[in-house]
Write a protein that binds this ligand. Sequence first.
Ligand code: MEZ
Length: 596
Amino acid sequence: MKPAAALVLSALLSLGAAAAGAEDLASFHNKLGGCQTCHGASSVTAADVPDDEIDINGKCMTCHGDYKKLADKSKRFDPHNSHLSDRSPINCTVCHAGHAQPKLICNDCHSFDMKMPFADAAARPAWDDGIDEKAVAAAEAAAPRETVDVLVIGAGSAGLNAAIAAKRAGASVVLLEKHAYAGGNSMLAAGGYNAVGTPQQAKKGIKDSVDLYVKDTMKGGRGKNDPQLVRILAEQSASGVKWLEDMGADLSDVKRSGGATVSRTHRPHGGMSVGPHIVDVLRAEATKEGVGARVNSRAVKLLLDKDFKIAGAIVHGKHSGYYKIAARAVVLATGGYGQNKQMIAFYRPTFKNMTSSNNVTSTGDGITMALNIGASMTDIDWVQAHPTVGLDSRILISETVRGVGAIMVNIKGARFVNELTTRDRASDAILHQPERRAWLVFDSDLYNSAKMVRGYDHLGMLKKADTIEKLAETCGMDPATLAGTVRSYNAYRKAGKDEAFGRPDMPLGIEKAPYYAVAVAPGIHHTMGGVAITPQSELLDIQSRPIPGLYAAGEVTGGVHGFNRLGGNAIADTVVFGRRSGEHAAQYALGLKSAK
Ligand code: MEZ
C-alpha cells in the first residue's frame, strides 16, 4: 500500500465508528487533504461529480483496497463478502455516501443491524425524494442536453431488453436507472421464466402448447387478461429464452409453477434464482452493446410536442441536477408500484400495511408520469399478494420451494390448501388461518437440491430438527398434528393422488431427516395493472389512441396478467415485451429520422 493510502486507512481505523460522531465521510477525508483526497481536485461542485460515481469509487479502492480485501471472511455477514464481486454493480458509494449518512444498501431487502463508520445503520433519505417543480420547469424551458433515438426509462429486465433490442435495431439509445445500479425488481425474481416449445421441454418429454400456456394464463388471471397480449407472450416466450441463452444465460432447468398445467418455468440449474442471473447477463450484454445503464438518473416528467407526440423527458441526475433529453421514442420500463405505500393505500386499501417483496425502487414513477400526460390505465387496482414472503421480513420464499416439494401447514401443523394453486387463492387461504400466517415444511432432499433454500438458511430463516415431532415443537406447532399431516401427505404421494387438497404434483416426499420449516405470510409482490398498451407495446391515451413514439413494457403495463399473475410470467413478460417495445420504438424513431 502507498504510504499516503496507509495513512488514510490507519487514521480511519483508529478513528472508529463511534468516535466519528456526527462527522460524515467527506469532512473526515477533507481533514486528510481537502476535497482532493477523494475528488482529485481542490475545488469541486456537485455538478463536477458524474452521476455514475465511477471515478470516485476508483479512488476509494485505491486507498482501501477492493471488496475481496475488505471482506472479513470470519463474519457470518460481511457486506463486502456478499453481493459484491467484480461483476457486481454495487460500489463503495452506494453504502458509504460522502456527504450524507451512510446506508446499508442490503437493508433495502434485509434488516441487518450492522455498524458502519460515521453512523449506525440508520437509513439516509433517498436523494431523489420529491421533485423540484421549479427546476423541472427550468430544464423544460432550456435546450436539451442531448438528443437520442430511443430513451429507455428503467433498467430492470424489461428496460435492459428494450435497450439491447433498440440498439441492435440501429437506434441510438440512452438507458436511465434511478437507483445506483441496474437490475430493478427483476433482480429479486426467484422462480423462473415461463416458456413453451423450448428444447428443454422437449428433452424432458413435456407436452405443452401455446394454447395451453394461454389457457393457464387466462385462467390464472380469472379471464380478465388481454387475450392478444397473452398470446404474444406465449408465442414469443421460447424465442425469448433463446435470445437470453445466446447472451450466455443458463435456463436449462424446467419446473412447474402454481396454476400451470405442465412444467414450463425455465431457470438456471441447481435451483439458482433466475432474476440475479439474467440481470447479470443482460447488464453485461447491454454494456457490450454500448448501452450500459446511466445510474442515479431518475426520469421525472415525460414531454410531448405540440402534436402530442413524445418528445423526450426531464431527468434528475444525482449530481448533475435536472436536465432535458430529447428523444424520438421513449420506452417506459419503470416497474410496478408495490413499494409505494400511498398508491397501495389508494388502489388496494386492504393491503395497506402489508409487507412487500419488491425492490425499494418499485414506486410507480412511470404510472405517475404517464397519468400526467393523459395515458390510459388498465386494471390499475389489481395487486398480487405472494403467499410466501418470510414472516416479518421482505424476503420472498420462492414458489419454487413449493413447486419442488414443500408442503404448507398452519400454525397447528395442518395442511389447508393445494400448495400449487394460484397465488391469490393461496394468499387468501393463509389470511383465513389463525394468526394469518403459515409454515412451509420440507426435508433434506429438498434442502440439498435447491440452492436458494441454502440461502434462506444462511440468513437464519430456517428451523431444523431431526424428527417431524421435534420440528413441530421448535416451531410451536402441535407435534401429533404435523406428524399426521406428513404421514398422510407421503401416503398420497405414493398413491399418486392428493386426496385432501388435490395438489397436482408431488415431486418429493417429506421423508429424509433433518427436516426444515420456514415461517411465511402473504406480501405484496406484483401490481398487475398499469398503463394500457397495444400489441406493439404502444402506450394508449385516455381515448385509447396510441401516443406516437411512447412504448411501455413489463410491470408498468396492465393487461398481460389480468386479475392475478402466474409465477414465472413476470420474467417472460419483461423479456418478450421488453424486447418488442425496444424493436418497435427503434423502428418508429428511425422512421421519423429518415422521413426528415
Ligand atoms: O414469477 C414469480 O413471481 C415467481 C416465480 C416468484 C417466486 O415465487 O419465485
